[in-house]
Ligand binder design. Structure first.
Ligand code: DMJ
Length: 934
């Protein structure tokens, strides 16, 4: 890098007064130097193979970008299944996700600097001309301030950074005259009204045309924002200030960061997920490194690298220390409560945290980065992609995957840090999986459900901004890129900002801010950036040895052995607290523990058992807290179990030409007919039934005979339709929703219920498609006439064999109908109680109880009618084969300093009222979290 001068190796002593550039250079030097020092471990990958993979990435980018430009532009995003543009207002609303769309050709802007990184300079020049010609930033549309900043402002600034670099080289962009920067400035001014709050934290949304609050704006009434939303502005805003000389942007972003820092929970040094922008109170007090907080941490460290302001590093280091103390439980990163950081707030992790190993590399803390990355890779190997959320024992919690780039990002940084070719192999797997499971004829489609392999009609702009950049850079040599990537820093959206900005217009950022340049106090900083020159040659198998114990972590799926149990978490000699998962109501020892924790069991008349906690009856405050944690776990297990009791979605895969299995549609299952999870898939050509609603004897049996019949929803029961098409000789049925525009992107899938009668006579498989997914098949029939589909519980691999497969062999087995309970006379029902031998459960909600429920007394429920605030919420336990992986609760000895005083458990007795108030808050926060989406 140009600023590096002579450069210093990592691990060498830190200068007393470290100019930003030297420190930035130090971090970058760390990343770069290691690539040449790796000597053993995974087999090296030849230059030829790396080039081949790099070319594959280029081809994939062309497929994604080309289809966007051809079929979607100037719309914000491509809808790859229906091969058209996503225009806000013209598609059913998807809620918050749509707030990224401002009718400003989002994907084009987000792709600008990717084009240069991928050496597509000519295309870049064309793209910039299109942005200048077509993009309007003054639309009457309410957008997310965060998304607009990272994707659009960042995209314009990244484009500008590389445009001036190219212009300087003298070949391309000679006509360029800072036009992208002018657009960025215009957009910057449009975002500024969002900061008009007493706290200085921005409103989460703004109307591009009308700003905030005016009646026309249709926004400005929000009270809360996420920490990442308020804390991920400094790179773009400071770059805008330094490029243009207009100081206001950097000042506003700094003020928001200063406020968040002031509001950190003082005893844990953690921040919550959501904050009130007016009062500064934490709205959600759970804290992790994933959704809602992630890039706040990222920007503190990167702001230090880009701007050289020590206060950002001090803040980052303070938070990092807290993260490693409380949230990091290698290889897991688990959310905790900010006031009680030894208490886990969840037993699942979200996919966004996959960026964290990459940040740890920048920080220089390689070991936990390798561990977490390896754990994530094992999850990917199991599900092909990282599900949006997964549990501590690596089951799918939220099954979507919108082609997020965070794991590729961390893979790239780990390769840069270690030079271990293992990470090239990881990248190769990512490429293979994208091509095999996400590639569709018109781009790449997000995964609706990683378990079934079904798709969503969605290709987010970050896929082009980030995924292809990181994958290409992973395999590229220095000479494959037309500029020196080390001269730039990546924003959270992987846009490139030049490091020389730190010395440009530097003085303007100093006024009105707290960050006067100060002497570095080494003792406060953890300069952990390892000198890989020394580390890896001394122990070439270093990274491999860290990964090795984690290899089977997911397959075994009971990784207790590999979870670091916090040494300090056990009271000496005491047994670890009872976990909800382990609890057996028939075990006298467990009942004794319950009693100690102040939890009583009440046997209800209907055979169920109710759990109630009276903290005051606990043997000690520590037992009371154990009891609270036990109850919280029970609540979580209950909701988890309810989810598991639902039949998972199924897949309809179009296998005939020209789809060849590349389009997979999410389908709802039926509570009757052939169970596709127990039988081989059913494959056949489709035919529409007549009458289309299938509510009477078909008049076209010859057309549906031996085929999969398409039937429209409505006018009679699902089971009746199934019987009619079965009688006509159909081998399966697909019910298509009659509500025009409905889609599994926007509506929750449901199971088709029976008709309250015995449905054993229905032998064929039946699946449900929403209207949008159904119309993909109907359109295909119109265009290709013969359309063949596969009905299954999980999409079949789309390898080239599928293209040459023989004619279908229809499956019409006599089925082994499971004894499922069917909710009578409702077409849209929720739960089916399926007791598995290993799971003993009692549903707490009377309306979802089935006779099977009462057969088992190994678990418990609690009434929700409790008026006593000390009594807890209803719950249900699972006796799964795995025991819980959570860290053991440690004796807590924290002293709270904020408005929510807490007890120092080890030292004094906390007033019971305050314990209860605190716990109730936790429970509320917990319940809120469960409802929240990423
Ligand atoms: C991107 O827009 C950015 O990386 C952001 O920080 C969070 N997530 C998405 C991609 O997953």
């Amino acid at each position: 890098m140009s600023e590096a001068g002579g450069g210093r190796g990592c691990g060498s002593s830190v200068p007393q007064r470290a100019p930003w550039s030297l420190v930035a250079a130090t971090a970058a030097f760390c990343l770069v130097s290691a690539t040449s020092v790796w000597t053993a471990g995974a087999a090296p990958m030849s230059r030829e193979e790396r080039q081949k993979l790099g070319n594959q990435v280029l081809e994939m980018f062309d497929h994604a970008y080309g289809n966007y430009m051809e079929h979607a532009y100037p719309a914000d995003e491509l809808m790859p299944l229906t091969c058209r543009g996503r225009v806000r207002g013209q598609e059913p609303s998807r809620g918050d996700v749509d707030d990224a769309l401002g009718k400003f050709s989002l994907t084009l802007i987000d792709s600008l600097d990717t084009l240069v990184v991928l050496n597509k300079t000519k295309e870049f020049e064309d793209a910039v001309r299109k942005v200048l010609r077509d993009v309007n930033l003054d639309n009457d549309v309410v957008v997310s301030v965060f998304e607009t900043n990272i994707r659009v402002l960042g995209g314009l600034l990244g484009g500008h950074s590389l445009a001036i670099m190219l212009k300087e080289k003298g070949e391309y962009m000679q006509w360029y005259n800072d036009e992208l920067l002018q657009m960025a400035k215009q957009l910057g001014y449009k975002l500024l009204p969002a900061f008009n709050t007493t706290s200085g934290l921005p409103y989460p949304r703004i109307n591009l045309k009308f700003g905030i609050r005016k009646p026309e704006a249709r926004t400005g009434t929000e009270t809360d924002t996420c920490t990442a939303c308020a804390g991920t502005l400094i790179l773009e805003f400071a770059a805008l200030s330094r490029f243009t000389g207009a100081t206001i942007f950097e000042e506003y972003a700094r003020k928001a960061l200063d406020f968040l820092w002031e509001k950190r929970q003082r005893s844990s040094n953690l921040v919550g997920v959501t904050i009130n922008i007016h009062t500064g109170d934490w709205v959600r007090k759970d804290s992790g490194v994933g959704a809602g907080i992630d890039s706040y941490y990222e920007y503190l460290l990167k702001a230090y690298v880009l701007l050289g302001d020590d206060s950002f590093l001090e803040r980052f280091n303070t938070h990092y220390d807290a993260i490693m103390r409380y949230i990091s439980q290698p290889p897991l990163l688990l959310d905790v409560h900010i006031h009680k950081p030894m208490l886990n707030a969840r037993t699942w992790m979200d996919a966004l945290l996959a960026f964290f190993p990459g940040l740890q590399v920048l920080k220089g803390d390689i070991r936990p980065a390798i561990e977490t990355h390896e754990m994530l890779y094992q999850v990917i190997k199991k599900h092909n992609f990282l599900p949006e959320a997964f549990t501590t024992d690596f089951r799918v919690h939220w099954a979507q995957h919108p082609l997020r780039p965070e794991f590729a990002e961390s893979t790239y940084f780990l390769y840069k840090a270690t030079g271990d070719p293992y990470y090239l192999e990881v990248g190769k797997t990512l490429i293979e999986n994208l091509n095999k499971y996400a590639r569709v004829p018109c781009g790449f489609a997000a995964m609706k459900d990683v378990r079934t392999g079904s798709h969503e009609d969605r290709m987010d702009s970050f896929f082009l901004a980030e995924m292809f950049k990181y994958l290409y850079l992973l395999f590229a040599d220095k000479e494959d890129i037309i500029f020196d990537i080390e001269d730039y820093i990546f924003t959270t959206e992987a846009h490139l900002l030049p490091l020389w900005l730190s010395t440009t217009n530097q003085s303007i950022s100093k006024k009105n801010t707290t960050s006067e340049y100060t002497e570095l106090d080494d003792s406060n900083f953890d300069w952990t950036c390892p000198n890989t020159q020394i580390l890896f040659p001394n122990d070439p198998l270093y990274a491999q040895s860290i990964r090795e114990p984690l290899k089977n972590v997911v397959d075994k799926s009971c990784p207790r052995g590999i979870i670091r149990v916090r040494e300090e978490s056990f009271r000496s000699g005491a047994k670890p607290p009872l976990r909800a998962r382990d609890f057996m109501a028939t075990n006298p020892e467990h009942l004794e523990i319950l009693k100690k924790m102040g939890v009583s069991l009440i046997h209800l008349k209907d055979g169920r058992v109710q759990l109630v906690q009276h903290a005051i009856q606990a043997a000690s405050s520590i037992d009371a807290e154990d009891g609270l944690r036990f109850m919280q776990e029970m609540i979580e297990l209950s909701s988890q179990q309810q989810k598991e009791q639902q039949l998972p979605p199924r897949a309809v895969q179009i296998v005939s030409h020209p789809f060849f299995g590349r389009v997979v549609l999410t389908a709802g299952p039926a509570q009757f007919g052939l169970d596709l999870s127990k039988h081989k898939e059913t494959r056949g050509f489709v035919a529409s039934s007549k009458p289309y609603n299938g509510c009477s004897e078909l008049t076209n049996p010859e057309a549906v005979m031996g085929k999969i019949a398409l039937i429209q929803r409505g006018q009679c029961m699902f089971a009746e339709k199934a019987r009619n098409i079965q009688n006509a000789g159909a081998i399966g049925g697909i019910v298509i929703d009659d509500n025009e525009g409905s889609s599994s992107d926007t509506a929750p899938l449901f199971q088709m219920a029976g008709d309250g009668k015995d449905t054993d006579d229905i032998k064929i498989p039946m699946l449900f498609l929403f209207s949008k997914e159904g119309s993909i098949i109907l359109d295909a029939i119109r265009e290709y006439e013969e359309v063949e589909v596969l009905l299954s519980d999980k999409a079949k691999d789309r390898d080239p064999e599928m293209e040459s497969e023989e004619q279908p062999s229809s499956e019409n087995d006599s089925q082994d109908q499971s004894a499922e309970e069917i909710t009578p006379s409702s077409q849209e029902v929720g739960l089916v109680d399926q007791e598995s031998p290993e799971e003993s459960s009692l549903n707490s909600e009377p309306e979802s109880s089935s006779p099977a429920d009462t057969d088992n007394a190994a678990s418990v429920s609690a009434s929700e009618q409790n008026s006593d605030p000390m009594e807890n919420h209803e719950t249900t336990s699972l006796d799964g084969e795995c025991t819980d992986l959570d860290n053991q609760l440690q004796e807590q000895s924290e002293t709270e300093e904020d408005s929510n005083p807490n007890v120092s458990w080890g030292k004094k007795v906390q007033p019971i009222d305050s314990i209860l108030a605190d716990w109730n808050e936790d429970i509320e926060a917990f319940e809120m979290m469960e409802k929240d989406e990423l």
